[in-house]
Design a protein. Structure first.
Ligand code: SAM
Length: 300
């Protein structure tokens, strides 16, 4: 497997997530291809990086490649980051980075139905050994529950019509592949949207992926537990790609801010966004927002 994912905002990440000590412990909670992990390992030669990924294919790949280059300075854990961090037994952590969502490799290579341009099994689980797949949701939820998911997580204004079409269509046969679902969604939306700038199924697919992997629930939990795991001088950075996620991060960080009675400093008054050059070179970075929360040193 050659790397296909380009890490988002590498310069901003390295400039903001600077550990306060040499032998720092850095958690890359969304390891993926390990691009950000490598950056930390290269830039902070005495730091140790613990990478986490729910997808064992991604994790094992990163483990092999990064482990070969950095040995014991890199440790890889397979699992959901909120669960692994809630059970963390090590010392306080100096840096935690979350780069939310899926990797480019999921989209182009995994054949789990993340992409709507090819017929792939409609799965969308980061860990296919656990929980319900997108096909399970699409074929079993009531039209109302489906519409709610598509509206809430996809911010899709045609959610009800789309859910109704899905419910109609599955009465004939089970919906099992991504292209099938993409076509049903396309036919459900008005003509102008069907031929618009983005594929009409984009929001529905994103909503299903978020629901299948319980992404917002996990983020909520992480926003609660990570700040309290930080060592003095520690930093917590989150890169999000969805307005709902960014709102959650912004509000959670604000609640912890010293100005509002918390013990932390919000480093990013406004989130970092990728430059025009980065977006041109890596269109997947377009909607990214990066926010950072810092725990001041004692007495600061
Ligand atoms: C956007 S990619 C990370 C890319 C990485 N930062 C890089 O530079 O190569 C997100 C990765 O995190 C994993 N992931 C997403 N949510 C997760 C969660 N809650 N727990 C563990 N892994 C998660 C996905 O499987 C995916 O491989």
């Amino acid at each position: 497997m050659n790397p296909v994912h380009v890490s988002v905002m590498p310069q901003e990440v390295i400039a903001c997530l600077v550990p306060d000590k040499d032998r720092a412990v850095i958690v890359d909670g969304t390891l993926g291809e390990g691009g950000h992990s490598r950056l930390f390992l290269q830039n902070y030669p005495q730091a140790k990086v613990v990478g986490m990924d729910a997808d064992s294919v991604m994790a094992n790949h990163a483990k092999k490649r990064i482990g070969a280059d950095y040995g014991e300075r890199f440790e890889c854990r397979v699992g959901w980051n909120d669960e692994l961090l809630a059970a963390w037994e090590g010392s306080a952590v100096d840096i935690v980075l979350l780069d939310l969502g899926l990797s480019t490799r999921h989209f182009f290579e995994m054949e789990r139905g993340f992409s709507f341009s090819r017929a792939e099994p409609l799965d969308m689980r980061f860990n296919p050994a656990e929980g319900k797949s997108a096909a399970d949701l699409v074929n079993t939820l009531s039209a109302k529950d489906l519409a709610d998911i598509i509206y809430k997580y996809g911010e899709e204004r045609f959610s009800r019509t789309i859910a109704r079409q899905i419910a109609e269509r599955r009465r004939m046969s089970r919906i099992t592949d991504s292209l099938d679902l993409a076509n049903i969604v396309s036919l459900a939306v008005p003509l102008a949207v069907r031929h618009g700038r983005i594929h009409p199924a984009t929001r529905t697919f994103m909503a299903l992926r978020i629901a299948v992997n319980r992404e917002l629930e996990r983020l909520e939990r992480l926003l609660n537990i990570v700040p309290d795991m930080l060592a003095p001088g520690g930093k917590f950075g989150v890169i999000s790609f969805h307005s709902l996620e960014d709102r959650m991060v912004k509000q959670a960080f604000r609640k912890r801010n010293r100005r509002y009675g918390g013990e932390f400093e919000v480093v990013t008054k406004k989130p970092f966004v990728p430059s025009a050059e980065e977006c041109a070179a890596n269109p997947s970075a377009r909607s990214a927002k990066f926010r950072v929360l810092a725990k001041p040193q004692e007495g600061e």
